[in-house]
Ligand binder design. Structure first.
Ligand SMILES: Nc1ncnc2c1ncn2[C@@H]1O[C@H](COP(=O)(O)OP(=O)(O)OP(=O)(O)O)[C@@H](O)[C@H]1O
Ligand SMILES: CCCC(=O)O
Length: 354
């Protein structure tokens, strides 16, 4: 009999949820949260009761009773570094996610909310391919400054899901293929995915191309000078580079449709930024091709920005020489969460312990 799964994906401005019967979607909803509703909380964890209550109302509105659910799966956030897979949520994981000791991220609420509901209804709960998936080769961890080690923080859930999808379309196991995967969303991750392992990645909050809301890699000396300029405190500067950086810091919007429209209507700054973002994305993809020593079975472009045919075709003209380009626009994170839970519930994969 098909299992009924509730999937929960908390994002910075929304909580997405879905209920699946096996692979069939029964409900799929995005609850948008007003800025003011979230900004009044001091930390991501402090938003938990509000987000949980909103989710329970949404389930109630649909007339869906949680008693029918067989398992709950939440997006895994910034936890300790771990290999890819489906993990059973436990108290230690929830404690780490709540403390933000590995970093604050809305997706930290995924395991916390899933566990809270699962405990109430005595159900198993899981996370799948969290942001903290770490499969880096050791040489990719070295930054060039002993005090700082590179971290693997990427859109692992979507990256793994689209890689499996493209591998299936090629009728080959993922473990035999080398892909470069570029997730182009509010944040940007570019990954060298070698035989199913993310062996190098730009940390999407910190490095690589700038994105609609994040600054990407910055010149280190100038950043240090800005830190000590007295203009900003630590919290303000962290916010500036993660949610108020990139395109937003120049143009005051994170909406790439608007940026394209402005560029097309001769807004020279918007046109330059679009060109610069595409330039940086191409450069990062090129770098990952060297990590794979040119053995590239395909380049996968995914994430919301890939809905734009213009941007995709401009990126393709920069990187097309590296291999076949597969475009998977948007993200299917809820579906990927459910598939991860089904793989362990059906015994196809062993559940991992945190
Ligand atoms: N048709 C489109 N053309 C151009 N850009 C688009 C289009 N549709 C969405 N986008 C852009 O995609 C970005 C959002 O992508 P996505 O939904 O993958 O990100 P997110 O989930 O908000 O963040 P993240 O991917 O970092 O988790 C926004 O900048 C949005 O304007
Ligand atoms: C840090 C990368 C993951 C995300 O922003 O969703």
């Amino acid at each position: 009999m098909c299992k009924i799964i509730l999937a929960i994906n908390p994002g910075s401005t929304s909580t997405k949820w879905a209920v699946y019967r096996g692979k069939e979607v029964l409900f799929n909803e995005t609850i948008e949260h007003e800025d003011e509703a979230l900004l009044k909380y001091k930390s991501v964890y402090a938003q938990m009761p509000f987000r949980l209550k909103t989710l329970l109302y949404a389930l109630h509105d649909k007339g869906f009773a949680l008693e029918k659910v067989d398992a709950i799966v939440g997006r895994g956030g910034l936890l300790k570094p771990m290999p890819s897979g489906t993990y059973l949520i436990c108290e230690k994981m929830v404690k780490d996610a709540a403390s933000g000791k590995h970093g604050e991220h809305a997706s930290n609420l995924g395991s916390i909310i899933a566990y809270e509901l699962a405990t109430m209804y005595n159900l198993p709960s899981f996370i799948v391919d969290p942001v903290a998936v770490d499969e880096l080769v050791n040489e990719a961890r070295v930054t060039g400054l002993k005090d700082i080690e590179r971290k693997s923080h990427a859109h692992a859930l979507n990256i793994k899901a689209v890689s499996r999808k493209v591998a299936a379309s090629l009728d080959k196991p993922l473990e035999e293929l080398n892909f470069i995967v570029a997730h182009l969303g509010g944040g940007i991750s570019v990954v060298a995915h070698q035989k199913g392992k993310m062996i190098d990645v730009n940390n999407a909050d910190n490095e690589g191309p700038f994105s609609p809301e994040r600054c990407g890699g910055l010149p280190a000396k100038q950043l240090v000078q800005l830190c000590f300029s007295g203009k900003y405190n630590e919290k303000q500067l962290l916010k500036k580079i993660t949610t108020e950086g990139g395109i937003y810091s120049y143009l005051g919007t994170k909406n790439m449709i608007e940026v394209e429209e402005r560029a097309a209507s001769l807004d020279r700054e918007a046109a330059l930024l679009l060109k610069a973002m595409i330039h940086q994305i191409g450069k990062e993809i090129g770098a990952m091709a060297t990590v794979l020593e040119g053995k590239v079975d395909g380049i996968i472009l995914t994430g919301g920005i890939c809905h734009s045919e213009t941007i995709v075709s401009k990126i393709k003209s920069k990187i097309g020489f590296l291999g076949e380009v597969f475009v998977v626009p948007g993200e299917e994170e809820l579906g990927a969460l459910v598939e991860g839970a089904l793989r362990v519930l059906s015994g196809q994969e062993e559940v991992k312990k945190y």
